[in-house]
Design a protein around this ligand. Structure first.
Ligand code: B12
Length: 220
């Protein structure tokens, strides 16, 4: 027999803590082979270690180069696990989801996981990338007519853009034509209500559940 689940999850965490993309890829493959839920491997393995590293960075205990290296390790493992998520999804089409990270913000990992999960749940996902200007979100909503617009913001300083985009949609007469979901580490239910978003996704599972509800699908 191969390794146990907990051992593999710990290996994923270690790969991020040791800034080792090869190890992350290797343990991600092991997780896939062992039939571990890829979302659990992403969240409890890779992302939990990356957030620890983020806290250390926030306290000034490590340098930006180390944060970058940890993110690269996470990304290497996430690539393998996202593929697994997509393989597992065989859902019928449920709607179109336009997603992007707001202007001034280049964080992409969480958005990428949410996008993969939404695809597996049957959404057609159009990813506008990172550092997306408010006007571009408005233009693309007009062009693609998505059912839902998802806005990712990872910093307290860029969260305000989520409000700005909702206001810009109103000014363009588009607000009642699209549902808006917000997400990212600093985003809360309270913030979503305050800025008039339709929902917020606290993690990838929560994001999928609420997105399905917004397009009128039953969720168990
Ligand atoms: C990795 C990381 C980076 C990487 C990003 C790599 C990449 N390609 O994304 C790098 C090293 C490049 C980086 C850069 C910076 N970072 Co940074 N980073 C992080 C870190 C450690 C983890 C973020 C992450 O990927 N988490 C893992 C994923 C899976 O989780 P997630 O992003 O939260 O996403 C989940 C949910 O939030 C939700 N979700 C996310 N998006 C969406 C969208 C929708 C629509 C929905 C529904 C749900 C949803 O679902 C996701 C899946 O579960 C965080 C710490 C933290 N606690 O978040 C700091 C953090 C966000 N960064 C921070 C800072 C300060 C920076 C820099 C300014 C550093 C610098 N001096 O240059 C730059 C910013 C540059 C810029 N202009 O954006 C601060 C922000 C502080 C603040 N003001 O709020 C944090 C909190 C670290 C800290 N404690 O200081 N960073």
């Amino acid at each position: 027999m191969g390794m146990g689940g907990e051992e593999i999850i710990e290996g994923l965490r270690r790969a991020v803590r040791e800034y080792d993309p090869n190890m992350a890829r290797e343990y991600a493959r092991k997780a896939a082979e062992a039939g571990i839920d890829p979302v659990r491997a992403l969240e409890e393995g890779l992302a939990s270690a990356l957030r620890e590293i983020g806290d250390k960075f926030g306290r000034g205990e490590i340098f930006l180069t180390e944060l970058v290296a940890a993110a690269q390790a996470m990304e290497a493992g996430a690539e393998v696990l996202k593929k697994k998520i997509l393989e597992m999804g065989r859902a019928e089409y449920v709607g179109r989801f336009l997603i992007g990270t707001v202007e001034g913000d280049i964080h992409s990992l969480g958005k990428g996981i949410v996008a993969a999960m939404l695809m597996a749940a049957g959404f057609e996902v159009i990813d506008l990338g990172e550092d997306v200007p408010t006007e571009v979100f408005v233009e693309k909503v007009r062009e693609f007519k998505p059912d839902i617009l998802g806005l990712s913001a990872l910093m307290t300083t860029t969260m305000a853009k989520q409000r700005e985009i909702i206001e810009a949609l109103k000014a363009a007469g588009l607000r009642d034509k699209v549902k808006v979901m917000v997400g990212g580490a600093p985003v809360t239910e309270e913030w979503a209500r305050e800025i008039g978003a339709d929902a917020c996704g606290l993690d990838a599972n929560d994001a999928v559940k609420k997105a399905l509800q917004l397009v009128g699908r039953k969720v168990d």
